[in-house]
Design a protein around this ligand. Structure first.
Ligand SMILES: [Zn+2]
Length: 260
């Protein structure tokens, strides 16, 4: 074990029985997916307007083109970080993952209790009748139809009321979890945690960034992130500025030594 900090974090995780994990872009960049906000992230090439609800309704075809090219990564594979979290859930150690990511990699790795706080790029839904379409189906429709983004399941309504929108939470949008009920459920989950593990997010975007403050007093907050977060200097924070995959592998090898 390289450092006493890593040793401390290993002990905390080893003894925890109800870890809640908050994840952001940093865990997906290790699978080759571009980070939204980093130097090389897509906001360097596109203003937030592109990902707004207004833009979607004004230019649905352009929106789909951008989303398919930049936000949809069906080829991406989970990395060691995703896989270790799935193992820990399987072992009864991790209770929930609350993620900002829209790539579905936690589920691909086998995690089951995943809250996709910003939605998913896997599907799209009619804004009128809520019929769900796979993104693959939307890509096929786009290749073969002019108004591919208009739902044909609820054809009695006005066209612009039945647009099929990717199930990602856009700026100006409200997602499945952006309700009082959704919030309360998340707060309750965090309140029950005996350890909070924050991976690959700078905790700068509200309301996701407020979640750590709902942990019970004294609950350790382990942060693995390349950059700083507003919680770095809290009394019970343990901050590791390193790769998520490597850090979790080191910790996991101590908790579950590989059979040689
Ligand atoms: Zn519809």
């Amino acid at each position: 074990m390289e450092s006493s900090l890593l040793q401390t974090c290993t002990n905390l995780i080893q003894n925890a029985k109800n870890i809640v994990v908050l994840t952001g872009a940093g865990i997906s960049t290790e699978s080759g997916i571009k980070d939204f906000r980093s130097q090389t992230g897509i906001y360097q090439m596109a203003p937030e307007y592109i990902l707004s609800l207004d833009n979607f309704y004004q230019n649905p075809d352009g929106f789909y083109q951008f989303a398919i090219e930049n936000l949809y990564h069906p080829e991406a594979r989970p990395n060691q970080g995703h896989e270790i979290l799935a193992d820990w859930e399987n072992d009864g150690k991790v209770s929930h993952i609350i993620t900002q990511n829209i790539d579905g990699l936690h589920q691909k790795a086998g995690s089951k209790q995943v809250i996709e706080f910003h939605g998913t790029m896997k599907t799209a839904s009619c804004q009128k009748c809520r019929k769900t379409y796979n993104t693959e189906e939307m890509i096929n429709r786009r290749n073969t139809m002019d108004e591919f983004y208009v739902c044909d399941h609820c054809s009695t309504s006005a066209k612009n009321k039945r647009y099929i929108k990717p199930d990602v939470v856009l700026f100006g949008d409200t997602g499945e979890w952006f309700t009082m009920e959704g919030f309360n459920e998340i707060i309750n989950i965090i309140h029950q945690a005996d350890c909070l593990l924050v991976l690959g997010t700078s905790l700068k975007v509200t309301p996701f960034s407020t979640f750590p403050q709902y942990r019970r007093e004294g609950t350790p907050l382990i942060i693995v992130n390349k950059g700083d977060t507003p919680f770095d200097h809290n009394k019970d924070s343990y901050v590791i500025h390193d790769s998520i995959g490597e850090t979790l592998t080191t910790i996991n090898n101590h908790i579950n030594p590989p059979i040689s």
